[in-house]
Design a protein around this ligand. Structure first.
Ligand code: PHE
Length: 455
């Protein structure tokens, strides 16, 4: 069959795909979530489980998504449909694409709220708000911000607009150009902050916390959190890697690329941990502080250290860049679909979908103030969006993608897409995607439900 062409354009080279995919995967997940869930789940043992999930489940599913995307060369909804048809299967596999687009929307809603906090903190650190401030003072700034829907809406709106500007410019002029500036800056900032953490004198304690494994602190729930986070941090299970793969040149190796992206993502997560925990320990603060770790604990640490204002500013600048390059990939599957499906321009699609994501985000930010007692299954709307996506929709989407590519897609197609990869690597991947990844996801799901309801 003749190779399909994407109507949206394509990445200039394999390296642009790598940078864009790394931009998608490195985000709030690495810098905000990973350190705090590691802190909450006891450190080293959790990190080990998380690394195993990345290697045995994350990388194979990453590759499966790219196989479908590059074969279909369209939005995940249409790629799933056409690749299923090409394989002689039911076109209703496109529902997997729909589920992904929905998950993307839901993540976007709470993601842009937290990214708004990050933008606010760029200004706070620039102004020196936290200089010399203790936990109570910083906590008051954070709580004051959360309690004020107007301020939250302002920052949320700015962030959504930033994302939509990049998306509306398209693949080469928007995403690719933005990535070329953002990713090198991000890496430089991560290195600078690591060096700063080295000067605190508590670097060793931070490293020990991340790498000394104490399995007594590990529960089934921690394993579920680790698995869900592997999906979240690699942007899997909702079509982001599928849509980025649809712009990838045909002659690039999928396995090599997947391993580079997963490696970079893991490095940044560990580097973020190694930059954050030493500051926390050096200031006798609590590593298990939860979601407030980055917004309360860390500013206290910066506020009490020489050079803290400058490095605090650089830190939040880095986080904003990381969040920005991730958020564009949350919406790209839906934007690509709309442009393919309706006679609308990219600008119009971005306007409509951006407005939708913005409104859903208003619901998420209300969870911290006027909507604090709008509960769904005992969770506020913000926590609900986070839980349903990271712990249910993404693993489920990943599971179905693995099953589709492993069992429904004929080897002739996956083999053709992986023709740049060697035969042994292909067989290992097939084994992982057919058996290991689906079984792992199922076991964790069932064990977790069991421990929740049988206990
Ligand atoms: N991977 C991103 C992060 O770690 C979040 C994300 C999830 C982005 C899913 C796109 C799709 O912050």
């Amino acid at each position: 069959m003749q190779e399909r062409q994407s109507i949206h354009g394509s990445w200039a080279s394999r390296w642009t795909f790598i940078l864009a995919a790394t931009g998608s995967s490195v985000g709030l997940g690495n810098i905000w979530k990973f350190p705090y869930i590691t802190g909450e789940n006891g450190g080293g043992a959790f990190v080990l489980v998380y690394l195993a999930c990345i290697a045995a489940v994350g990388i194979p599913i990453f590759m499966a998504e790219v196989v479908v995307g590059r074969r279909g060369r369209q939005s995940p909804i249409h790629s799933m449909r056409d690749v299923a048809l090409e394989a002689g299967r039911d076109p209703r596999w496109s529902w997997l694409g729909w589920m992904g687009a929905l998950a993307g929307f839901m993540i976007f809603a709470f993601y842009s709220v937290v990214s708004g906090w990050v933008l606010a903190y760029v200004f706070h650190t620039l102004n020196g708000t936290f200089n010399g401030a203790g936990s109570e003072a910083v906590g008051a700034v954070f709580d004051g911000m959360l309690g004020d829907p107007t301020t939250l809406t302002l920052w949320h709106t700015i962030f959504v607009a930033m994302v939509m500007v990049v998306l509306s410019r398209g693949i080469s002029k928007g995403l690719e150009q933005a990535i070329r500036i953002m990713m090198p800056s991000l890496f430089v900032l991560v290195l600078l902050l690591l060096m700063y953490a080295l000067t605190t004198g508590s670097f060793g304690r931070g490293v020990e916390f991340l790498f000394a494994a104490d399995f007594s602190k590990l529960s089934w729930n921690s394993v579920l959190v680790a698995l869900g986070h592997a999906f979240f941090t690699l942007s899997l299970g909702m079509g982001a890697m599928m849509v980025y793969g649809s712009y990838m040149p045909k002659n690039a190796s999928i396995a090599g690329t997947a391993m580079i992206v997963a490696g970079l993502d893991t490095l940044v997560a560990l580097a973020a941990g190694m930059a954050i925990f030493p500051l926390v320990f050096a200031n006798q603060l609590d590593p298990g502080a939860g979601p407030g770790l980055m917004f309360v604990t860390l500013p206290v640490a910066f506020g009490g250290m020489p050079g803290g204002q400058v490095f605090g500013f650089l830190f939040f600048l880095m986080v904003s860049i990381a969040a920005w390059s991730s958020a564009v990939s949350l919406m790209e599957p839906a934007v690509a679909w709309m442009v393919e499906r309706f006679p609308v321009s990219r600008n119009q699609a971005c306007l409509v979908l951006g407005a939708g994501g913005w409104v859903l985000g208003l619901g998420a930010l209300a969870s911290f103030n006027i909507g604090a007692d709008w509960l769904l299954f005992g969770m506020n709307f913000f926590d609900f969006l986070d839980f349903v996506t990271a712990n249910l929709l993404l693993p489920l989407g990943g599971l179905l993608t693995a099953l589709f590519v492993g069992w429904w897609l004929p080897a002739r197609i996956s083999r053709d897409e992986m023709s740049r990869d060697n035969a042994a690597g292909y067989s290992l991947w097939l084994l992982l995607v057919r058996f290991i990844a689906p079984v792992a996801v199922l076991v964790v799901f069932v064990a977790n439900l069991y421990s929740k309801f049988a206990a």
